[in-house]
Design a binder for this molecule. Structure first.
Ligand code: 4G3
Length: 227
């Protein structure tokens, strides 16, 4: 196995992430040595008595802004020269499967999780190498967005999922929505599995799935077909 992908997460809420990293596939990925997680409590990098991490905006206005110095210090405490420093923000580039695949090829990711008020602009311009958004909505902090990106990235590291690509080369990776899937029983609450799937005719099954996939993509996500 190659060196683990190193992932540091800088946040005021390290506890929010802990449970997530210690469950299921992500935990096993760490146990296997595919990834090495580290959470960093931003509060440790404050210097004043009250451990202040935000302050009022210059120029006035509502809300608070995250102070730059604790964030610079926290990132500098973990960053390596090859690290990508990723700021989770609604203003970032929209995250998708292609972005996940690129991050899965890196050696070191440092996630910076801000608060809803936002961070001092100098963090964006002189600390972050990437700004990522998981979608067009605002959350109270960047921890859940970082968790979403981490999950999407770690499952792409070779050896993390039991099955090698085949079954997981699905949906967005192929630019199409997945076809309908069924398992036993053949009749559930009077609802039957499509006849073709139990026909044993594998060519016919493949054709049916392609057609379903195309129709579903056309109906629900025509934007995917334009790409
Ligand atoms: C504003 C990311 C809010 C600026 C973060 C951080 C949603 C997303 C925040 C900032 C977030 C997202 C924290 N909410 N759509 N809240 O990925 O730097």
């Amino acid at each position: 196995m190659t060196a683990p992908l190193r992932i540091d997460v800088i946040t005021l809420f390290p506890g929010m992430l802990q449970g997530f990293l210690e469950e299921s596939i992500l935990k096993r990925a760490a146990q296997k040595g595919a990834v090495a997680f580290n959470t960093v409590d931003l509060r440790r990098f404050t210097t004043d008595r009250h451990h202040t991490t935000d302050d009022r905006p210059f120029g006035g206005g509502p809300g608070m802004v995250m102070k730059p110095e604790p964030l610079f210090k926290a990132v500098e405490s973990v960053a390596t020269p090859e690290a990508r420093v990723i700021l989770m923000t609604p203003q970032g580039r929209r995250f998708d499967q292609a972005a996940a695949a690129k991050l899965a090829r890196q050696t070191h990711l440092v996630f910076v999780c801000g608060h809803y008020e936002g961070v001092d602009e100098r963090v964006r311009t002189h600390l972050a190498t990437d700004e990522i958004s998981i979608g067009d909505y605002v959350l109270t902090n960047g921890v859940l967005p970082a968790a979403v990106v981490i999950d999407a990235v770690v499952r792409l590291i070779p050896g993390v999922l039991g099955n090698d690509s085949a079954t997981t080369e699905e949906s967005f990776a192929a630019g199409r929505l997945e076809y309908p899937q069924y398992t036993r029983p053949r009749v559930c609450r009077g609802l039957e599995v499509p006849e073709v799937l139990v026909s044993g005719d594998h060519e016919e099954i493949a054709r049916w799935r392609q057609e379903q996939s195309a129709r579903r993509t056309q109906d629900r996500r025509p934007d995917l077909l334009e790409k």
